[in-house]
Design a protein around this ligand. Structure first.
Ligand code: SF4
Ligand code: MG
Length: 315
């Protein structure tokens, strides 16, 4: 069993911020400071659950979340409060996560005031500044959420997260509700903000095309387990795991703008009663006897590339 977090820590040495997630199945995911880690998989694979745990919105039943090398559950209250502010979440549907009765100046300005980041007299200017940074006119501070388009609301959601000066943002399907052209604009905003504010992202999406656009590394999840992890470009050019291969075949080609479905056969099995051995075996074109019996272990198959498939031992 490969300990990703430890390996990464060794390679990076001291002084670089580390954020580590233990998934419930014992797999570790280490997100390096300043990187964009894409997390893909079909709905129900556990990626949102993982994201919520990283953002501190739910607790792992077993396992730990380390923020800058520190176990969050072992922190003092002041440290935990600070860590909670530093890791923010941007949700899929801003309409349901923005209070419809509040003006944008209150939606964006409330948390930084509560946490003493900005005083009452400076908050109006503070909010206007953030709105400009996310590409909204400062005069929109007086508007309510329903007075914005979908793309603008996405920007308000991002402004709210930015207002408390985070260093890590969990983006859960943050552009999924938007038209493709608006998606590209908001993705570009994420790219710019990352550079400007030295942010780290965990970028969760069911859409590999979206994740490809923004990620340095990509982690692929299937039914609660990490099945492949690697540098974004390599992983897409040369997927190792049969599940990643099937996902890659579904990325729309830009010449035709039509999706070529490789048709991953069968339905996603219930996470409550996952298949034995390799969870992917009922849908995998390469499944063989061993796959039904034995859980494939995530291991290094090339430098920086991890995959969990028996074929790697048998080649
Ligand atoms: Fe397919 Fe077997 Fe590899 Fe699972 S372990 S992905 S079923 S070949
Ligand atoms: Mg989800």
């Amino acid at each position: 069993h490969l300990d990703i977090a430890e390996r990464t820590a060794n390679r990076l040495g001291a002084g670089i911020k580390e954020q580590t997630v233990h998934a419930v199945d014992g797999v570790r995911l280490n997100i390096r400071g300043g990187e964009v880690m894409g997390l893909v998989g079909e709905s129900g694979c556990g990626k949102s659950t993982l994201g919520r745990m990283v953002a501190g919105l739910s607790e792992p039943s077993d396992g730990r979340i380390l923020y800058r090398g520190q176990d969050r559950s072992a922190m003092s209250r002041a440290e935990a409060r600070n860590a909670a502010l530093k890791v923010q979440m941007v949700f899929q549907d801003p309409m349901s996560s923005l209070n419809p009765r509040l003006r944008v100046r209150d939606i964006v300005g409330e948390a930084p005031q509560v946490h003493g980041i900005v005083g009452r007299r400076e908050v109006a200017a503070y909010v206007e500044d953030i709105l400009e940074q996310v590409g909204l006119d400062p005069s929109t501070a007086k508007r309510y959420p329903h007075q914005f388009s979908g793309g603008q609301r996405a920007r308000v959601g991002i402004a709210r997260a930015l207002a408390v000066k985070p260093d890590f943002i969990v983006c859960d399907e943050s552009v999924a509700a938007l038209d493709v052209s608006i998606q590209a604009q908001v993705l570009n905003l994420f790219v710019r903000l990352r550079e400007e504010f030295e942010l780290t992202y965990l970028f969760i999406s069911h859409d590999l095309g979206v994740v490809e656009h923004i990620s340095d590394r990509i982690a692929v999840m299937y039914l609660g387990r990490l099945v492949e992890l690697g540098a974004a470009e390599d992983l897409l050019k040369q997927p190792n795991h049969p599940y990643t291969e099937a996902l890659v075949a579904e990325i729309p080609t830009f010449e035709t703008e039509k999706r070529i479905y490789s048709a991953i056969k069968g339905e996603i099995p219930s996470p409550l009663n996952p298949p034995s051995g390799c969870h992917f075996h009922p849908r995998c074109p390469h499944a063989h006897e061993r796959c039904r019996k034995e859980v494939p272990v995530l291991k290094e198959v090339a430098p920086g590339r991890l995959s969990a498939c028996h074929l790697n031992d048998e080649a």
